[in-house]
Ligand binder design. Structure first.
Ligand code: C2E
Ligand code: MG
Ligand code: MG
Ligand code: MG
Length: 283
């Protein structure tokens, strides 16, 4: 309906759209205004080693929508992925994360944070120099930053992806393959790219203690990681059974509700007692 539109032009566009397309169009416009208006929030979720120590966090974005409350990524990332908005979100999250690491560094607390990187952002012409400038401007160590990428990134322009990853690796940045095993790509890219870590998707962790097929898949991923010298993060660990299953098979870093939910960055960082015992491995 034209009533919802901001001007004649958008009313014109909206008139030809179905209901779903209109909702997306509306959401996209709200997000386009909401990002510069400061409506994004940085949440952190802890990653815990076999000794129960927090070794780092994953940065997870939320949108504090003025009318609809706190929105999870699935409510807006897919829409953002279809436009340049995903780049704006990526710029915001990376900037916020590096500034946070810099503040904590100034307080003598090393912090390692993993950030989800959209392929569209990663493939932008100036992504690498922009990251280099951001690291220089904030004065952080590159090794305090991990970039989570998905197998989808590896599909095309492989040589370009190698070149970018290598340049970022030289800054100390680590690469982690998110949702590993859910994509379609061949595994050969693991050998050719400077990857440090695999993240086992929560879909595999869920039933691993009870379902032999999921258990076999998790074991296969752990073996691939071991053979290639990669570290592993198991995502979506919710129960003691899942944690025990993993611990009986390999040394992995665990992330999931069993250890802590994503919470506003300040909330996690205020828990100084937890963080004072935090170890960040230099490499
Ligand atoms: P992801 O990177 O695979 O993130 C893990 C998701 O699993 C997060 O959902 C997290 O809240 C959820 N999770 C963590 N522990 C548990 C658990 O024990 N049980 C269950 N059931 N879920 C758990 P979230 O925050 O809704 O994020 C969803 C996806 O949105 C992320 O998946 C990531 O692909 C994307 N995303 C989030 N933040 C960003 C961002 O800053 N940039 C980009 N490009 N994508 C992002
Ligand atoms: Mg992730
Ligand atoms: Mg994941
Ligand atoms: Mg995911």
């Amino acid at each position: 309906k034209a009533k919802r539109a901001g001007g004649n032009q958008s009313a014109f566009f909206e008139a030809g759209m179905g209901e779903v397309a209109q909702l997306r169009f509306h959401l996209e416009r709200e997000l386009r205004e909401g990002i510069p208006a400061g409506q994004l929030r940085l949440f952190l979720q802890p990653q815990v080693d076999a000794e129960g120590q927090i070794v780092g966090f994953e940065a997870l974005v939320r949108w504090q929508h003025p009318g609809r409350g706190l929105l999870l990524p699935n409510a807006f990332i897919p829409v953002a992925e279809e436009s340049d908005l995903i780049v704006e979100i990526g710029v915001w999250v990376l900037t916020e994360t590096c500034e946070l690491i810099a503040r904590e560094k100034a307080r003598g607390r090393p912090l390692r944070i993993a950030v989800n990187i959209s392929p569209r952002h990663f493939k932008e012409a100036h992504f690498v120099p922009w990251v280099r400038d951001l690291i220089a401007a904030t004065g952080i160590d590159g090794h305090s930053l991990t970039m989570e990428v998905t197998e989808g990134l590896m599909i095309d322009n492989f040589d370009d992806v190698i070149a970018r990853m290598s340049a970022l690796q030289e800054l100390g940045i680590h690469f982690s393959v998110d949702d590993f095993g859910t994509g379609y790509s061949s595994l050969s890219y693991l050998k050719r790219l400077p990857i440090h870590e695999l993240k086992i998707d929560k879909g595999f962790i869920q039933d691993a203690p009870t379902d032999p097929e999921d258990a076999a898949l998790v074991e296969t991923i752990l073996n691939v990681a071991k053979d290639l010298g990669l570290t592993v993060v198991a995502e979506g660990v919710e129960t003691a059974e899942q944690a025990a299953f993993l611990n009986s098979r390999a040394r992995a870093v665990h992330q999931g509700h069993f250890y802590g939910r994503p919470e506003p960055a300040e909330a996690w960082l205020e828990r100084t007692a937890t963080l004072s015992s935090m170890r960040v491995t230099a490499d």
